[in-house]
Design a binder for this molecule. Sequence first.
Ligand code: ADP
Length: 454
Amino acid sequence: MNTRQLFRHSRIRLAFWYASVMAFILSLLSIGVYRSLVESKWWAIKQEMESIAGTLHDSLEPMLPTSGNPTQVLKTIFPELCLVNQPCSNNSSLIQRHTIGISDRTTYYLRLFDHHQNLLAFSPHQPSQLSSRLESDSWQIVNLPNGTRYLQFSIMLHSGNSHNQPNHSHPPASWGYLQIGRNLRVFDGEIKQIQLILLMGFPIALTLVAISSWGLSGLAMQPIYESYQQQQQFTANVSHELKTPLTSLLATVEAVNRLENSQENTQTLLNTIERQGRRLSNLITDLLLLTSLEQNSSQKQFQPCCLNDLINDLTEEFLELAVSKNIDLTSDVCDREIYTLGNESELYRLVANLIANALQYTPKSGKVNISLNNNQKKAIIKVQDTGIGISNDQQTRIFERFYRVDSDRNRKTGGTGLGLAIASAIAKKHQASLTVESFVGKGSIFILKINLIN
Ligand code: ADP
């Protein structure tokens, strides 16, 4: 499987898992929303029925006699109710009167039972298939063959006069039962509508999730892909860098083998072998250092470092090289001592790289100046030269590993191409910033800003 296929495969898997998890969460959410909607509507219906039944109960109870023919009493109290076994007119507005503003009269019906749970009277709109016996449960759902559902609520009625009797130790006798029924057509319709919305909305949401999963997984894979490509580029660069001195080494060894002539020639060839060997060794040391800097970003072993001493030592160390190249190397270090917290040998290596480059890329009679100063929070080290300079588009790239502005020429100067990459890794570890300002033909300034010690 090539790299592209591998990343595409991983992207598909990532998108699949992302979409699956999202689908699972969406399903749970939809079920939760659906359940709570149904529950709240059901609760509202029950509340409404209880309140209607309560109102009817409170207004009926005082009027109910303790004895006497209940049918006659009901006829007088509710002239619009139909009595069992008697002809019934169909123009009732009783329920409407009691439920004004709540529902239309076809939604509710009312039934009255005696205390033996036999039907006494009913409102004219009650469904005809209902049983004439009262069930024991106060809440009942009735399913009719035509598919219509009714919710029934029954409460006990007491004779109003029984409250006034002197013996309060006995509860008032049951007079009968009042039952309120409600057509669930509207409720069922609303539930069906919610189900429809969820059923249609779910695939749409899932499609959107799948599309966004694909996009997001692409975004997530992008930095990994780039880093993978950088690694590949790095491996290619390392191979290239190692190959050149190795080829040279082998060629020299072959030449030595074939050699029959003077010791002077042998010496020259051995010098070449040594030079290439050192180059290889430097390259490997730099690579190891870079790797360890990138792997270990711990600041545990940081100690206070005096930057004045560091600059003075470095200036002294590079003076000889500067003189040999006829370059004027100066330093400009302020009198007060400036301290930072860090790894001294790493900071030494960082600034040494900058000075070595400045001397490397400045022609004869040029100038290199190293300055140390500070503002309120940071120490500022500047390495300024009057050298060849770096063009704007190259300035961001010179911190990449093995990047060289003029690769052939710079390779010949002996640099590994890792100097600035190492400097920038050290700066990063010290939470410092390393930037460059440069003009082609005029020179460059490398600026390191590092935290002062608290
Ligand atoms: P090298 O080992 O090639 O010097 P570096 O990482 O130290 O590698 O530098 C990368 C490239 O940046 C160099 O090859 C050079 O082209 C450019 N460069 C670095 N410092 C300077 C400078 N002071 N003036 C001009 N060019 C520079």
